[in-house]
Design a protein around this ligand. Structure first.
Ligand SMILES: *[C@@H]1O[C@H](CO)[C@@H](O)[C@H](O)[C@H]1NC(C)=O
Ligand SMILES: *[C@@H]1O[C@H](CO)[C@@H](O)[C@H](O)[C@H]1NC(C)=O
Ligand SMILES: *[C@@H]1O[C@H](CO)[C@@H](O)[C@H](O)[C@H]1NC(C)=O
Ligand SMILES: *[C@@H]1O[C@H](CO)[C@@H](O)[C@H](O)[C@H]1NC(C)=O
Ligand SMILES: *[C@@H]1O[C@H](CO)[C@@H](O)[C@H](O)[C@H]1NC(C)=O
Ligand SMILES: *[C@@H]1O[C@H](CO)[C@@H](O)[C@H](O)[C@H]1NC(C)=O
Ligand SMILES: *[C@@H]1O[C@H](CO)[C@@H](O)[C@H](O)[C@H]1NC(C)=O
Ligand SMILES: *[C@@H]1O[C@H](CO)[C@@H](O)[C@H](O)[C@H]1NC(C)=O
Ligand SMILES: *[C@@H]1O[C@H](CO)[C@@H](O)[C@H](O)[C@H]1NC(C)=O
Ligand SMILES: *[C@@H]1O[C@H](CO)[C@@H](O)[C@H](O)[C@H]1NC(C)=O
Ligand SMILES: *[C@@H]1O[C@H](CO)[C@@H](O)[C@H](O)[C@H]1NC(C)=O
Length: 472
């Protein structure tokens, strides 16, 4: 169970609604020992998916169906149902109960060992009204391989223990989910996940709740497409994404408790500019609860963000961080050069439309944020470097407004109005780079609110740099 605040129009009053999820029925406290299991990935890695995945029910190379029944598996490293070798399965009103540990979490993660349901190798499965309960650490529904497609509707998924993602698509597999209620209590157990080389996950009209560190609502490796999902990730971001992945969220209301509303990074070599990671939040609201958590966090990544009628509510007052950093497999801190010396800065482009955003942009150690306000957007905030020189570009279309809350230094500043009447200075100075923002002619210009736009001089940039720092 978790609560969401609602803004009730036209009365401006905050109300709270309570959202039910499977943790209301099976109390995670009863499974605290499971949820405390810390995954160990320093174990031998099997290079291909073994064909001898053990399951109590097997559908290999044929079509089968079942309904109104309960199926179990209790042994370690075993599944309840395996559909493989171009098999197909249709299941309605089935309770799947899985107990038993994963002796090798790499096998669980890469090949779906121990998942309640494993659909592999160009197989398909369609489920409705299934109840999947897993204990001791196992994914709910795992889809593996090219041309594997799984549909799950009107279903309930509960898990305890590590690597217990609700829906988990890997090896190019695809899962469609709708009308789901998902809870996971363990470490690294995101509600809806993709895995290498890619998983394609589509979710709509669902509720998701995850409690463990490393457990996001969405883990993008491949693509995530979500609409009308209400979620809370108590100790994770709404979205983790590793590398040049794509996530689109429409009509979602999601709360994150650790790292950032999104934590998008490359755990390997940073992606190229011609294949950026993409994030699209449309009609979507993110709330971050940690005191230092930004709305959107990026490290060692080139990314393109679209915020269209998006809300980013942060306790920290930080909208976006771009950092020379990444996220390690501990999933609970921003890693540095000491963890991995082959990092690169983050380069993030954000296009904002129809949104009113309040908060700052912070870039670290050579990172950059390019921030474009379009279509009746407003921004109240400033941009500054966390440490070492980082750069910002800001552009405003004629319908958008910027209210400065501190002196801000921008490289490429463009304003379609050209009169700068949409830059409300509050007495602060907007420093611009006259080499890049040539249209201002290197002049000092008065802004509404008593402040000025002025070219960066070496002195002012030296003085200005690091006048503000990360608030921790
Ligand atoms: C899937 O196909 C691959 C390649 O043929 C094979 O190595 C693997 O064992 C198969 N997996 C299953 C579960 O049958
Ligand atoms: C199953 O795994 C658990 C936890 O690792 C272990 O204690 C138990 O001995 C295993 N059971 C068998 C039959 O191997
Ligand atoms: C699913 O099964 C669990 C335990 O097997 C039960 O407690 C829960 O109420 C069931 N959920 C639904 C929606 O039937
Ligand atoms: C996933 O797709 C890639 C690219 O098409 C392919 O090389 C790879 O074999 C596929 N992997 C699986 C497990 O199907
Ligand atoms: C699976 O779901 C997708 C998306 O809703 C739908 O297009 C497709 O027809 C479904 N497949 C089956 C076999 O139900
Ligand atoms: C460090 O990063 C490089 C590439 O960025 C990657 O290949 C390597 O695996 C990473 N090493 C560790 C220990 O994470
Ligand atoms: C963002 O997603 C919305 C909803 O799917 C779509 O209409 C829009 O074209 C997307 N924008 C970009 C830049 O991808
Ligand atoms: C930025 O990255 C550094 C490591 O380079 C890390 O120590 C610091 O915590 C990060 N801060 C944020 C807010 O990302
Ligand atoms: C900042 O980036 C440089 C590489 O440009 C790197 O050597 C240094 O360790 C980084 N500093 C931190 C605190 O990450
Ligand atoms: C201004 O922009 C030019 C061209 O990108 C760059 O070389 C220079 O370092 C910038 N100046 C400052 C003070 O940031
Ligand atoms: C500055 O930003 C504007 C608006 O995004 C863009 O059209 C222009 O090419 C940029 N100029 C430079 C020098 O990057």
């Amino acid at each position: 169970m978790f609560s969401k605040s609602l803004l009730l129009w036209p009365a401006v009053a905050l109300a709270s609604v309570t959202i039910e999820d499977p943790s209301d029925v099976i109390d995670p406290k009863w499974w605290a020992a499971d949820n405390a299991i810390i995954p160990d990935y320093n174990i031998p890695f099997v290079e291909v998916q073994p064909s001898d995945i053990v399951a109590t029910h097997n559908v290999k190379g044929k079509a089968a169906s079942a309904d109104h029944t309960t199926w179990y598996a209790t042994a370690n490293d075993s599944s309840v149902l395996l559909v493989s070798e171009k098999g197909s399965f249709k299941g309605s009103y089935i309770t799947f109960e899985k107990r038993g540990y994963s002796s090798n979490l790499d096998d669980a993660s890469f090949w779906g060992f121990n998942a309640a349901i494993n659909v592999a190798n160009a197989s398909t499965a369609v489920f409705d009204h299934i109840n999947v309960t897993v204990h001791n650490g196992a994914a709910g529904v795992y889809a593996y391989g090219t041309d594997t497609v799984v549909n799950v509707t009107n279903s309930w998924l509960y898990s305890s223990g590590p690597v217990s993602h609700g829906l988990y698509a890997s090896g190019n597999g695809t899962i469609y989910g709708s009308n789901l209620e998902v809870y996971s209590g363990g470490y690294r157990s995101s509600s809806f996940s993709g895995d290498s080389p890619a998983g394609y996950v589509y979710v709509k009209d669902s509720v998701a709740h995850s409690s463990g560190i490393g457990s996001a609502t969405f883990y993008a490796l491949g693509s995530i497409d979500a609409s009308n999902v209400v979620s809370v990730s108590e100790k994770g971001p709404v979205i983790f994404a590793d590398g040049a992945q794509a996530a689109t969220l429409v009509d979602c209301d999601c709360t994150a408790g650790l790292l950032g509303g999104v934590a998008m990074f490359s755990s390997q070599i940073r992606n190229d500019a011609d294949s950026p990671a993409t994030l699209n939040l449309t009609n979507t609201k993110f709330t971050t609860t940690g005191k230092t958590m930004p709305g959107l966090w990026f490290g060692n990544l080139i990314g393109q963000v679209t915020l269209n009628n998006a809300e980013l509510n942060t306790d920290s007052g930080i909208l976006v961080v771009a950092n020379y950093s990444q996220i390690t497999q501990d999933f609970d801190y921003y890693a540095s050069y000491e963890d991995n010396s082959s990092l690169k800065p983050a380069e993030i482009t954000v296009s904002v439309s129809e949104s009113n955003l309040v908060g700052d942009l912070v870039a670290y150690n050579g990172s950059s944020i390019s921030w474009a306000l379009t279509k009746h957007s407003t921004w109240t905030g400033a941009a500054y470097s966390g440490y070492a020189k980082s750069t910002f570009d800001v552009s405003l279309d004629a319908t958008s407004q910027w209210t400065l809350t501190a002196d801000t230094t921008v490289q490429n500043f463009t304003d379609s109005l050209r009169t700068l009447k949409n830059v409300h200075s509050g007495g602060f100075t907007l420093y611009y780079n006259s080499t890049v923002s040539t249209w201002l002619g290197g002049k000092t210009v008065h802004l509404p609110g008593g402040g000025k736009a002025r070219p960066i001089s070496l002195t002012s940039s030296r003085v200005h740099r690091n006048t503000q720092s990360w608030r921790i």
